[in-house]
Design a protein around this ligand. Structure first.
Ligand code: GDP
Length: 426
């Protein structure tokens, strides 16, 4: 088994990956983000306080850990500069010694955010529920080969000329399609000077650096954004994100395709949450849903939007475990369920006349209904428990139910947001 690890989401995102990465960086030398962008909101609570990290890997708080933004990331210079400033102002070191940006990461431009908002507005009630961080327009442009790589900042003449042709092309869309205001080359030049120039010292050939680090026996941790069901190729399309959230993609998006991602740790929340539109079969509405949302403080880390909530979904979790090729599960927020006398869980879906444990094709998901069962609650505070055997029997049984229904061993059980609120099963 490789020394490396990938911490990935099994469901719709917001499973608590940031919290797990913050914990697991203790045993790693490098943390790499390999996809997604500033639409992430990885929450970390540690000795520096509470943080919501958007682009910077969650290893930034550990001395000696190098954090890398890989080539697959949507590099939003404005977002990144602000995040660096915020971390520094709160006493966290951020320098080219502990943060590196791939020279191959493409730049998210101001027009990507504009286009995201304009398209959501055009769609009206059919909108996707985008975080409006420009991620979908960014990845579309990347695959149209109409973005700039971070490394191009180092070549001012070529950079300026490519900026000019991209600005001209983008204005055709902004003005011609949406009737919005375009950008002048001067606007964009100022934007680049303000937000791209300060990033220059961080930009390097991180792919070669990562391969070398792996060869030297350093331990790499691949940090994913969002969850398996949001993967562009395998998820609940079109209610996916625009990148690959799967562990199989981690070495590619990190920029070191030949490196083994190692142990795949799939993060699963003890109940379900989902941000944005699209099918969410086990959604709990009404008062019961309100209470779960309140108990779990389920409001988007980036947008503050109330998250949709529901019981643990065995069908979706099994699919996520399969897609991620998870070796083990980190089950988070078990403490949140302590208020329930009896805990509903979704064990199958009803699709038309059929009851199935198979995760359906996205179109069938729209009309699917959950088949629920009830498990006994434990009815006491478990947030100070640190060993599996000390958990109440009902809580242990709940964990064992997750393990069996997901078909994957639960190695970690998180009972609070703090770094040490964790049970490691041997
Ligand atoms: P991520 O995007 O996957 O990193 O997840 P988020 O940060 O969006 O959501 C996880 C939220 O749950 C954060 O507010 C965490 O501080 C919090 N959290 C993580 N694990 C636990 C846990 O075991 N118990 C409780 N009560 N909160 C947790």
């Amino acid at each position: 088994m490789s020394r490396n690890s990938a911490v990935v989401g099994i469901n719709w995102g917001d499973e608590g990956k940031g919290r797990m990465v913050d914990l697991l960086t203790a045993g790693h030398d490098v943390v790499v983000r390999y996809q997604g962008g500033g639409n992430a909101g990885h929450t970390v609570v540690n000795e520096y306080g509470k943080f919501s990290l958007h682009l910077i890997p969650s290893g930034i708080f550990r001395k000696g850990v190098v954090n890398v933004l890989g080539s697959g990331v949507a590099l939003d210079p404005e977002n990144l500069c602000r995040e660096i400033e915020e971390l520094r102002s709160r006493g966290v070191e951020v320098s080219p010694d502990n943060l590196m940006i791939s020279e191959r990461a493409s730049l998210l431009m101001p027009w990507h955010r504009d286009l995201d908002a304009l398209e959501e507005e055009r769609l009206g009630s059919a909108k996707y529920g985008s975080t409006k961080q420009g991620i979908a327009p960014f990845y579309s442009d990347k695959y149209q080969k109409k973005t700039l790589m971070a490394g191009e900042i180092r070549y001012p003449e070529e950079f300026r000329s490519r900026l000019a042709s991209l600005t001209e092309w983008k204005d055709l869309v902004l003005e011609g399609v949406y009737g919005a205001r375009g950008y002048t080359l001067e606007d964009i030049g100022e934007w680049a000077a303000r937000w791209c120039e300060p990033l220059k010292p961080f930009i390097r050939d991180t792919g070669a650096w990562l391969e070398q680090a792996d060869a030297e026996g350093k331990r790499l941790l691949f940090e994913a954004q969002l969850g398996a069901l949001r993967d562009i190729d395998q998820g609940i399309y079109p209610y996916t994100t625009s990148s690959n959230t799967l562990a199989a993609y981690a070495p590619v998006g990190a920029g070191c395709p030949s490196v083994d991602p190692g142990e795949v740790i799939g993060v699963v929340k003890a109940y379900s949450t989902c941000v944005g539109e699209g099918p969410f079969v086990c959604e709990l509405k009404g008062e019961a849903g309100e209470e779960l949302r309140r108990q779990g403080a389920e409001y988007g880390a980036k947008t503050g939007r109330p998250r949709r909530v529901g019981p643990y979904d065995a069908v979706a979790t099994r699919e996520g475990v399969r897609l991620q090729g998870a070796d083990c599960i980190a089950l988070t927020k078990l403490d949140v369920l302590s208020y329930l006398k009896s805990i509903p869980v979704c064990v199958a879906y009803r699709v038309g006349d059929e009851v199935t444990e198979r995760f359906p094709f996205p179109v069938e998901l729209e009309g699917a209904e959950p088949v629920l069962e009830e498990l006994p609650g434990w009815g006491c505070d478990i947030s100070s428990v640190r060993s599996f055997d000390e958990l109440p029997k009902e809580a242990r049984d709940y964990v064992l139910f997750v393990e069996k229904s997901a078909g994957c061993p639960v190695k970690y059980v998180s009972v609070g947001p703090e770094r040490d609120s964790i049970i490691v099963r041997q």
